[in-house]
Write a protein that binds this ligand. Structure first.
Ligand code: ATP
Ligand code: MG
Length: 235
């Protein structure tokens, strides 16, 4: 596989440890507990890709577009190429789906969201998508059969034909990467952001748990962030 078939994570030190990055059109879970920089990391992938001319969309089902962009600007993601990076929030998705506030439970959220994503992709022509987050998506839908509903959702995401980074907030009580315990085998890759307490401080670590067809390092590395750039510490 050559580098053109992969999307770099733009985390310094990481891409060379995973054959150049994430294989295109993979579905990758980006998981971690609250506050582990899942949004920042996935936004960083889109941001740096946009600067290289690759289009991406960030779908935020939790935070509003304004709040997310404000947070990202504070982190140092300032001179982004706006025509290459669109941020869509739930309010806009609802509007585009013709859904009024308060009637969300009756509609087929999974199917409708896929249709909205297809429309955005066609309109905008993007290659990468971030969905923030699976937990927020779950809160909108009443699963009849979570396993088969999720299986079909992942298949439809795959059919979109783009690289999908799905943010998965991990339950605090269990060491599983998704709420239903099946998201990990439905996806092609898992990037895990974890914190560890050391004395009085809490450090952030990144591990590539799984990346199909990729010879990747299995270690957990300290992850540092400075003004818009992530880096793993490898010495
Ligand atoms: N300038 C900064 N440099 C490094 N880390 C920062 C900076 N500003 C905020 N942070 C860290 O980033 C975290 C929030 O990042 P982010 O919103 O990406 O995390 P998240 O995993 O998406 O959180 P959530 O669970 O709320 O969705 C904060 O909890 C804080 O620890
Ligand atoms: Mg977040």
């Amino acid at each position: 596989m050559n580098m053109d078939d992969r999307i770099p994570t733009y985390i310094k030190g990481l891409d060379e440890r995973m054959e150049g990055g994430i294989p295109k059109r993979y579905i990758v879970l980006v998981c971690g507990h609250a506050g582990t920089m899942k949004s920042s990391f996935t936004y960083s992938v889109l941001y740096h890709s946009a600067k290289k001319g690759m289009k991406g969309m960030y779908i935020t089902l939790e935070q509003s577009r304004e709040s997310l962009l404000e947070h990202m600007q504070k982190l140092g993601f300032t001179d982004y190429v706006s025509e290459n990076l669109i941020v869509v929030d739930l309010a806009k998705v609802r509007k585009d789906m013709g859904v009024q506030q308060g009637e969300q439970k009756e509609i087929d959220w999974l199917g409708s969201l896929i249709n909205a994503l297809k429309a955005y992709k066609n309109m905008f022509g993007c290659e990468i998508m971030v969905l923030d987050s699976l937990a927020a998506l779950y809160s909108l839908t009443d699963f009849k059969n979570p396993r088969s509903d999720l299986f079909s959702f992942f298949e439809k995401v795959r059919d979109l034909g783009l690289t999908a980074l799905l943010i998965s907030e991990m339950p605090t009580d269990k060491q599983v990467f998704g709420l239903y315990g099946i998201e990990d085998f439905l996806s092609d890759g898992i990037i895990h952001l974890a914190t560890e307490k050391s004395g009085n401080s809490v450090n952030l670590f990144l591990g590539v748990v799984k990346m199909r067809k990729t010879n990747h390092d299995r270690g957990y590395f300290p992850l540092i962030f400075d003004n818009g750039v992530f880096e793993i510490v490898t010495d």
